[in-house]
Design a protein around this ligand. Structure first.
Ligand code: SF4
Length: 521
């Protein structure tokens, strides 16, 4: 029986159906962990709420927008310090956090007037920003404030502003995933089709489900530009509000994170007939395949292949340097919804690390199925784990590193397991060929950090060894390598810059290659 009941959860036997160990020859069709269900009482979840999914994951990466939470200030926690969604307008959307800060008296007497006053004050404080998103929370939903009516009133008084309202209170669904769905549908219904864009190429895409974590979007758009493709909008990382209102004019939706925003692509397909093409910007092979697919769609295969050849030749020796040193290292892959299947096989194939566990807090069963199918036998798959289960899993599996978010990551550090922040990574971009090498470098740096030599000592009990000296990262990683690998002149460490983004963005405003008219030779 592949289901797995954690010892710490024996008092919550329903949890058994939420964890599975992949056994020999099993295809898991009869034993997928349950997923996207309400958290079982007694299990303290680490999920986000539906408001969080709508605002913090999808809404706030939009760059030229004042994002207001209509609710208590505590709901706005996830901002600059936890989400590294960069933008090229000096990170306006991350620098400022707006909330109406509802109190008890607003619950009793209503908060619509206060909301209107907040909207007017915010536009006055930032006169260059003319776009706004307002997010409902549990509190404003429960008292029935009509946010749409307030927004409409303001738009009639201030014709140069436009406001989007997202009614996705925390309780709307079992996890943040409910909020992803709500905001996608709301944006599609209320805003798509309300602006007509300038079309400058015969090849026009929306880049959907890309949140520009540490510059990923800018790396990917650089490739599209090189192929002569106009990126009409990005939903939503580094995305502009008005560009996103014009999504209906694209020829193709290129979808990165299917878990968070496939809903929008599906609506665009139904109403406007725009096809959806799923891609993956992580890893040499998945990225190459993705650019080939986009190239094939537009008849730009040669341009895609030229990029693939150039980038692979440049970065493969560096990826292989890390692969030699990461081979056999064990990782718990505990990110959000789709990264568990975007990464599971490719980190194994291209970096040599072994995925011993996957988990998701908000993924659905389909995400689990894809993730598990890409893991090796013995991998432990967990849906919506609580903190104690996470600890027990780490004790059992003894990973060399975990990729996860801040909350479980800080717990891992306490038991001396290094972690990389897989939700909002700190040293990205990790997409693109160079980005993938940066990811390998970050894994290497975390696993072999000399800090662990001290972290593993209990200074209250252990003798401090005085005969070993201090081993550098390189001494630790190379100890079991063959002389041939150690002294290879082909393989090399990452040679890129500390901040590689300017190299990708410097041609950003150059005109696209001359427009090729459809059917022209
Ligand atoms: S669950 Fe409700 S109260 Fe809690 S953060 Fe989410 S919206 Fe705010």
């Amino acid at each position: 029986m592949p289901y797995h009941l954690f010892k710490c959860s024996e008092c919550i036997p329903e949890r058994e159906k939420h964890a599975v160990i992949k056994g020999h020859g099993e295809d898991l069709t009869s034993a997928l962990p349950l997923g996207y269900l309400n958290t079982i009482p007694g299990s303290i979840t680490e999920r986000g709420c539906a408001y969080c999914g709508a605002k913090h994951v999808i809404g706030t990466p939009m760059k030229d927008v004042i994002h207001i939470s209509h609710g208590p200030i505590g709901c706005t926690y996830d901002t600059w310090q936890t989400k590294r969604y960069l933008s090229d307008n000096d990170n306006f959307q991350l620098k400022y956090t707006f909330a109406t800060d509802m109190k008890e008296k607003n619950i009793v007497f209503g908060a619509e007037k206060m909301l209107k006053q907040n909207i007017l004050e915010a536009f006055k404080a930032f006169p260059n920003i003319k776009r706004m998103s307002i997010y409902q929370t549990c509190a404003s939903a429960l008292i029935g404030d009509d946010i749409n009516a307030v927004a409409q009133e303001v738009m009639e008084e201030m014709p140069d502003v436009d406001i989007f309202v997202c009614n996705s209170p925390g309780f709307k669904g079992p996890s943040q995933s409910g909020g992803h769905h709500t905001i996608c549908i709301a944006w599609f219904k209320d805003k798509v089709g309300t602006v007509e864009p300038e079309i400058t190429s015969d090849y026009v895409i929306n880049y959907v489900g890309e949140y520009n974590i540490q510059g990923d979007e800018e790396v990917m758009c650089n490739y599209f530009r090189k192929m002569g493709i106009q990126v009409l909008s990005t939903f939503t990382g580094n995305g502009s509000y008005d560009d996103l209102r014009a999504m209906h004019r694209a020829h193709l939706n290129v979808l990165e994170c299917a878990r968070s925003s496939e809903y929008l692509c599906n609506e665009l397909k139904k109403k406007y007939g725009i096809p959806r093409l799923d891609i993956d910007g992580f890893g040499f092979e998945p990225l190459a395949l993705s650019l080939r697919k986009v190239g094939l769609f537009f008849g730009l295969e040669d341009k895609a292949q030229a990029i693939i050849d150039e980038e692979t030749a440049k970065w493969k020796p560096e990826l292989d340097w890390y692969k030699e040193r990461l081979r056999g290292k064990k990782v718990c892959l505990w990110p959000g919804g789709s990264k568990l299947w975007h990464w599971a096989h490719v980190i194994h194939e291209e970096m040599g690390v072994e995925v011993v566990s996957v988990y998701t807090k908000f993924g659905h069963q389909g995400d689990m199925e894809k993730g598990i199918s890409r893991c090796e036998e013995g991998a432990l798959a967990i849906d919506d784990p609580n903190e104690l289960e996470g600890l027990e899993a780490m004790e059992m599996l003894k990973p060399d590193i975990i990729f996860t978010g801040k909350r479980p990551g800080e717990v891992a550090k306490k038991i001396r397991v290094p972690y990389l922040n897989a939700h909002a990574y700190d040293n990205g971009p990790w997409k693109g060929w160079e980005g993938w090498v940066r990811f390998a470098r970050d894994i290497y740096n975390a696993i072999y950090s000399p800090l662990h030599q001290l972290a593993l000592l209990d200074i209250s009990k252990d003798e401090i060894p005085t005969d070993k000296g201090f081993a550098t990262r390189r001494m630790l990683s190379d100890v079991n390598l063959t002389e041939e690998v150690r002294s290879s002149t082909t393989l090399r460490e990452y040679t890129g810059k500390f901040d590689c983004l300017p190299d990708y963005t410097k041609t950003k405003n150059d005109p696209l290659p001359k427009k090729v008219l459809s059917g022209a030779a």
